[in-house]
Design a protein around this ligand. Structure first.
Ligand code: ZN
Length: 440
């Protein structure tokens, strides 16, 4: 099992993930993706889009604005209920999530329950607490030049509402047959009281969400199909192993009040089992709220039967950073090749930042460098994500590429000049074979 510290260190050392605003000492709860992390993130998001939207006939994409009309968050209940229990230490003014300090507590912990637990302040060790207060996690902002209450808006706390608010636009322009889904990828913001667990609980994250609209009597088969397909996506496309993925049926008392069924898909991260994604049956909760708040009908008319109804919704929702960490944790391995220890990132070929690394055997032989460059340019044209390395010796180059997950290293040597074959070295087996350039 990989260790989280090793992954964090690799990600920093090799340019996958940096602390946000690193140069100024950081910004809590934010992370920046470097060149390799950006490549990995984009490939993961593109793979999801292809799997769910492009390869299916029943999915449509939207890309909604991050700043939405604040009525959105009243209608969805976020203004009222998107709260964490906040408690402040009167001695050191440290602020904490009350439920995280008390074993077994839930988000609805009361002041009495909290004080009864008699916990010490994690910062100063004293017991001198204020009341438990509800803290709304939406980032508040003002829109336009006047900073008064009339102009308050929020950074969206989820991408889902950008889908629901476009449901009618999609129905009126595309006329999809039910069941159909609307998918969106994008940033979401949560003002976490205490961001932690690396990129698992951050203040700014990316989400990939689908709202799947179904006939109210037919939600169960769609729910099952979406659970099954999510497993297929996670294992076949993301390379996660089946034995690390667990479905957890969320008990009625822990579900959102509108949800009739929720499954959390958990993953065995290096630091323990954590939620990777969720699939929730949301009934007609969102569309009905929008209908009430907007005065517009959210009804769907079936083209064949003529039946008119408000669709129900099944929502698969996944956080991109959670998925990235799962992919990295699954791929990270330490092993030994010819007596040398190495770190290898055994990423699926389609997710690796670079598909090939091209090298001349020696960098001081112009004829090798020239030939290697022509192979490099040819592969770049064909695959795009190809890198070049002529530093150090071949063994060191292999180690460097293993660590960032490059599946194949292509080396041009003197034989190449004779017969147009190259050495292709495989990341996972460390085996080398001669291959014709035309067959790369
Ligand atoms: Zn304190």
């Amino acid at each position: 099992m990989s260790n989280l510290d090793d992954i964090v260190s690799l990600c920093k050392r090799r340019g996958f993930i940096f602390q946000g605003s690193d140069v100024y000492g950081g910004m809590a709860g934010t992370w920046d993706f470097g060149p390799l992390g950006t490549a990995l993130k984009k490939k993961i998001m593109d793979s999801w889009w292809k799997f769910w939207v492009e390869d299916r006939e029943d999915m449509y994409g939207v890309d909604a604005a991050i700043i939405m009309n604040p009525i959105t968050w009243q209608a969805s209940g976020h203004t009222e209920t998107f709260n964490d229990p906040l408690v402040e230490c009167k001695a050191c003014h440290g602020r904490f999530r009350a439920d995280k300090l008390v074993d077994g507590a839930t988000e609805s912990i009361t002041t009495e329950q909290f004080l009864a637990a008699n916990v010490k302040c994690p910062t100063c060790g004293k017991i001198d607490w204020g009341d438990v207060r509800k803290f709304n996690m939406m980032f508040k902002m003002t829109v336009g030049p006047v900073a008064d209450d009339e102009h308050i808006a929020y950074l969206r706390p989820e991408t889902a509402q950008g889908i629901f608010t476009n449901y009618k636009n999609v129905v009126d322009t595309i006329y999809p047959n039910i069941p159909f889904g609307i998918a969106q990828q994008g940033k979401a913001f949560r003002n976490e009281i205490s961001p932690r667990d690396y990129i698992l609980r951050d203040r700014e994250c990316s989400q990939m969400e689908i709202e799947y609209f179904v006939h109210p009597n037919a939600w169960e088969e769609s729910f099952d199909e979406l659970v099954k397909e999510n497993h297929r996506f996670l294992t076949e496309k993301m390379g996660l192993s089946t034995d690390k993925i667990h479905d957890e049926e969320v008990a009625a008392e822990d579900r959102a009040h509108y949800s009739k069924r929720t499954i959390d898909i958990m993953f065995d991260y290096p630091n323990g089992r954590e939620e990777l994604m969720g699939i929730a049956y949301r009934t007609d909760f969102d569309l009905s709220n929008i209908a009430k708040a907007s005065g517009k009908s959210m009804e769907y008319r079936d083209k064949n039967s003529g039946e008119v109804f408000v669709p129900h919704v099944v929502e698969p929702s996944i956080g991109v950073e959670r998925l990235i960490l799962a992919v990295l944790a699954e791929a990270y391995k330490e092993d030994e090749i010819d007596g040398n220890k190495r770190v290898v990132l055994a990423l699926p070929e389609d997710l690796a930042p670079y598909r090939f690394c091209v090298s001349p055997l020696l960098k001081n032989k112009p004829e090798l460098v020239e030939k290697a460059d022509s192979v490099y340019q040819m592969l770049r044209k064909k695959y795009g994500n190809v890198t070049w390395d002529d530093s150090g010796n071949i063994g060191k180059r292999y180690r460097k590429q293993d660590e960032i997950g490059t599946p194949k290293c292509v080396v041009i040597d003197f034989d190449t000049l004779e017969d147009d074959t190259v050495t292709v070295r495989d990341r996972d087996t460390a085996k080398q074979e001669r291959v014709k350039i035309s067959e790369l």
